[in-house]
Ligand binder design. Structure first.
Ligand SMILES: C[S@@+](CC[C@H](N)C(=O)[O-])C[C@H]1O[C@@H](n2cnc3c(N)ncnc32)[C@H](O)[C@@H]1O
Length: 284
């Protein structure tokens, strides 16, 4: 059992990099672009180019794969299944809320993150006149067991609790050990259980089988863990293990998507080998 951390704010700066990637790829709004993000983007470019050449994929490849596939699955829930409430936990500087509200103005969009990041995001959205009853930013901490920042409190105070919700976490789960994130997943499944039709979308990274790649990724994960003061983890060995685990957490219906299923259908980059990222859709 790993000890549950109490403060995961060391992870927050990574949102600057992902924010810059969304912006560079035409997915974001100038209001969410940051100078630090631009700087990190340049700093990472040689490494990204080298990994693309060496292994046929890089961080930007899997970021764009996961982001577009999650968008696609949200759109499916909204358009096909009529869900009209979305909670994006660990929103960082993700432009998803802006894009979703532009495309589906009837949606209730709640973005949530640790207090500092939530304040920063709210200020940027407010400056563009985008915040209001149907587009909110709220402080939340997935590690909080009680109080205003706890998952259950956020859901109860921000949504119509008779209707289903799409809940997203992108770029969050892998910063925690499996024990710690499992506790959050179980709580989420319980919180959604009386809102049938709700769906949780997230990504997961599989440990590659190839020994050299496995070793390099473990080393990189360790480095990122030190930089973010977190327990960067690869939770599952394969799709089946991921599916079984989410079902055991309390989501009866789970589908694990491989980005390759969307090649040619969504505008996502293709990996040379089996992509290392998966998108998990877990329903109640
Ligand atoms: C890699 S960034 C991802 C941001 C955004 N989802 C994206 O894909 O661009 C990780 C985010 O997790 C947030 N975070 C870290 N610990 C958290 C916690 N305990 N509860 C909620 N959010 C957290 C950070 O503040 C940061 O915004």
């Amino acid at each position: 059992m790993s000890k549950k951390p109490t403060d995961s704010s060391g992870i927050s700066f990574t949102a600057l990099y992902t924010g810059a990637v969304w912006h560079r790829h035409g997915l974001s709004d100038d209001a969410l672009a940051t100078e630090q993000g631009r700087w990190l983007y340049h700093l990472m470019s040689p490494f990204e180019t080298a990994s693309k050449a060496a292994i046929g994929g890089n961080i930007r490849t899997f970021l764009l794969q996961r982001h577009r596939i999650i968008d696609h699955l949200i759109a499916e829930a909204v358009v096909k299944n009529g869900v009209d409430q979305v909670l994006e936990i660990a929103c960082g500087l993700s432009p998803r809320g802006i894009r979703l509200r532009e495309k589906h103005p009837h949606l209730k969009m709640v973005e949530a993150d640790l207090p500092d990041m939530a304040t920063r995001k709210a200020a940027r959205l407010l400056a563009t006149g985008r915040l209001g009853e149907n587009h909110q930013v709220t402080p939340m901490d997935i590690l909080a067991d009680s109080g205003n920042h706890a998952l259950e409190a956020v859901i109860a105070r921000t949504f119509d609790n008779t209707k289903p919700i799409v809940v997203v976490t992108e770029g969050l789960a892998s910063y925690f050990s499996l024990d710690v994130i499992t506790e959050f997943w179980q709580r989420l499944a319980r919180a959604l259980a009386n809102r049938p039709g709700s769906v949780y979308l997230s990504e997961s990274y599989l440990m590659p089988r190839q020994p050299l790649l496995r070793h390099s990724l473990k080393t990189l994960g360790g480095l990122l863990g030190t930089m973010t003061r977190s327990q960067v983890s690869f939770h599952f060995e394969d799709d089946q293990q991921a599916q079984d685990h989410f079902q055991a957490c309390g989501f009866p219906s789970v589908r694990v998507y491989n980005p390759s299923e969307f090649y040619g259908l969504l505008p996502i980059p293709e990996s040379r080998h089996d992509p290392m990222v998966r998108v998990v859709s877990a329903r109640v």
